[in-house]
Design a protein around this ligand. Structure first.
Ligand code: NDP
Length: 283
């Protein structure tokens, strides 16, 4: 089975659009998402443009703040604090990475946890770690949804997450643990990665290296979620997993593009709805 992230994400966006109308009807307020981009990183430009477009399509209010590369940390913190207090804005996303003069940690610390729709701030990250309610990071939420849509048994399953970043690897491991998988987190110092992969019923690859996980390593019948967004030698977009061989061995697998990518944006919109409802006291 090829897991069609594009189609699943389209369904979520349609649900979000319905929720936008419902919130407008009940509270007389349009849910609003502020997107902040600092500098001209080409990938960030594409991501923020995609997020703004998706936001517009659901009928949500979108506020784009494009700041120059030389923006200072105090100036960015001031904008974040202003948006924290802006009642027309229910979610704030600061596109990472930030230019090197800005400490991303300080920016995430300044962001109101109620508006932290990326779920990267310390309060939401702590809530995930301790099993409390909060805004969950978008890509990991999207990954769990893809696993569910592919009817993947998680309880007691051996799940391997390759990559331990704060934005993908660590939070997805916590979500899998919450669902009672037996979770292993692999990284650049992991020994015998091929053997770890060979034992995994569920594999989540979030490394950022073109096709580094060989198809022959995949356990027969495994479910594979490929988060990687890379270019191969021919300049073609590809994942972290060698798809042609892996797709022969896996029970279900996501393509790149069209797998995890669209889910990230869908969950950003969905988190903004969750944030707006909480702020407007609409349960
Ligand atoms: P990071 O660069 O922050 O983390 C990469 C991780 O991979 C690190 O933990 C690193 O280990 C590990 N790693 C590196 N080399 C190896 C190796 N040879 N064997 C095993 N592990 C290794 O990346 P992100 O988590 O931010 O992103 C990962 C990928 O996912 C990227 O391709 C990114 O573009 C993509 N992505 C896609 C999204 C989407 O919506 N589709 C959203 C977010 C990310 P160590 O910690 O030891 O250095």
């Amino acid at each position: 089975m090829i897991i069609d992230g594009k189609a699943i994400a389209a369904r979520i966006r349609a649900e979000v659009a319905a929720q936008v109308r419902e919130i407008e009807k009940r509270a007389g307020v349009r849910p609003g998402l502020a997107l902040i981009r600092v500098g001209n990183d080409p990938a960030s430009e594409i991501y923020v443009r995609g997020k703004a477009k998706a936001c517009q399509e659901t009928g949500m209010a979108g506020f784009e703040h494009i700041l120059p590369e030389e923006t200072t940390q105090p100036a960015l913190l001031e904008l974040v604090r202003k948006l924290n207090g802006d009642q027309t804005v229910h979610g704030v996303l600061v596109q990472l990475p930030l230019p090197r003069q800005i400490d991303a940690g300080a920016v995430l610390d300044a962001l109101s946890p109620e508006k932290d729709v990326d779920g990267f701030g310390p309060i939401n990250a702590g809530a995930l770690f301790t099993g409390r309610k909060g805004l969950r990071p978008c890509t990991p939420s999207g990954i769990l949804r893809l696993l569910d849509e592919a009817e993947t048994p998680l309880q007691g399953a051996r799940a391997l997450v390759v990559g331990r970043s704060n934005i993908v690897g660590k939070p997805v491991a916590m979500l899998l643990l919450e669902r009672h998988a037996t979770v292993t987190l692999a990284h650049s110092r992991t020994a015998a990665l091929d053997q770890e992969v060979g034992r995994a019923d569920v594999l989540v690859a979030a490394v950022g290296k073109a096709e580094m996980i060989k198809g022959a390593w995949i356990k027969l019948g495994a479910t594979v979620i490929d988060v990687g967004m890379n270019r191969n030698a021919a300049g073609k977009l590809c994942g972290d997993v060698e798809f042609p061989v892996a797709s022969q061995r896996a029970r279900a697998i996501t393509p790149v593009p069209g797998g995890v990518g669209p889910m990230t944006i869908a969950y950003l919109l969905s988190n903004t709805i969750q944030a707006a409802k909480a702020q407007l006291d609409l349960s």
